[in-house]
Design a binder for this molecule. Sequence first.
Ligand code: NAD
Length: 347
Amino acid sequence: MEYQSILPIFTLDNDFHMKKESILVIGACGQIGSELLPELRRAHGAFRVVAADRLPPHNGPLKAGPYEQLDFLDCRALGAIIDRYDINQVYHLAAMLSVTGEKNPQQAWDLNMQSLLNVLDLAREKKLARVFWPSSIAVFGAHPPNHGCPQDTPHDPGTGYGISKTAGEHWCRYYHAKYGLDTRSLRYPGLISHRTLPGGGTTDYAVDIFHQAVTAKRYTCFLRPDTLLPMMYMPDAIRATVELMQAPLASLSARGSYNLAAMSFTPAELTTAIRRHLPDFQIDYAPDFRQSIANSWPGDIDDEAARQDWNWCHDYEIAATTRDMILHLSPNHKLAFNPSPLTDRIR
Ligand SMILES: NC(=O)c1ccc[n+]([C@@H]2O[C@H](COP(=O)([O-])OP(=O)(O)OC[C@H]3O[C@@H](n4cnc5c(N)ncnc54)[C@H](O)[C@@H]3O)[C@@H](O)[C@H]2O)c1
């Protein structure tokens, strides 16, 4: 299928300064990387954006520009790629996520920390202009406020993954304060996408449920029906990432990571939204170990700092997300109930 952009606002014509960047995306085959990469290539030119992952390239957009198979723990190989392509910006997306990480917290810590430190050190040594590294709502844990979880609140991460994200935020802040490295970060909520499958996170149900709804019309959810979690549709997440990286340095106040929000919902609320289009959809609940991870995360997030500092504004709420997911996963399906198509798109 031909790639269609989700970001009409960034073009080669209207954003001339972006053409001069030379960018490396580490973890390009993942859920976020495989959607961010085509946007960056469209904005900067395919040969100015190098994709890297430990996997071989498996789809057209990945092969549309330079691709390097790389283990991010191999610091020398990473440094050689930065030199060869004269890289000046890195998006370091590769990580072990929360559910996979809970099966081996020590390994999650080793991989997530060492890879970040490799990138930060190389960025400092080679005087890169900017580094993007994603954090997560997993940093908060059970004690910060569950509703309106603030930008600045003590972290209390309940998973090895969350501990590595909290430490990573501190390292980003440290490299900025000590070496002047321009590190930028977002605490992504659970991300929902129809283009890629999720990579082993606690919010994966919110993607799996759509695949099952359009095929089997039945889904068994690993979280309880009333589990409220912050979520975001992938086009918003990609746009937030690009907009943060374009924001003027002086406007940024959060040097660890920015809270980022769009919508919060429970599995029961998502089921209701899906049934507006697929009335026969059935759901069962069989909570497993992921319930305790979800319980340690906030229900909704206060992202006022992002909205103030770099004018963040999300587009998609639950109804527009649901409709778009079902349309894309089952293109021949005639939407059963569609009173006003994108009523909850904000813009
Ligand atoms: N997806 C979400 O809902 C979400 C939410 C919050 C934060 N995040 C963060 O965003 C980032 C990207 O998440 P994602 O969902 O795209 O992850 P993902 O698991 O889908 O993709 C990660 C990619 O990294 C690659 N990778 C893993 N180990 C590697 C290694 N040793 N060397 C090179 N490549 C390696 C994998 O092959 C994979 O393609 C992560 O830091 C994650 O913590 C994601």
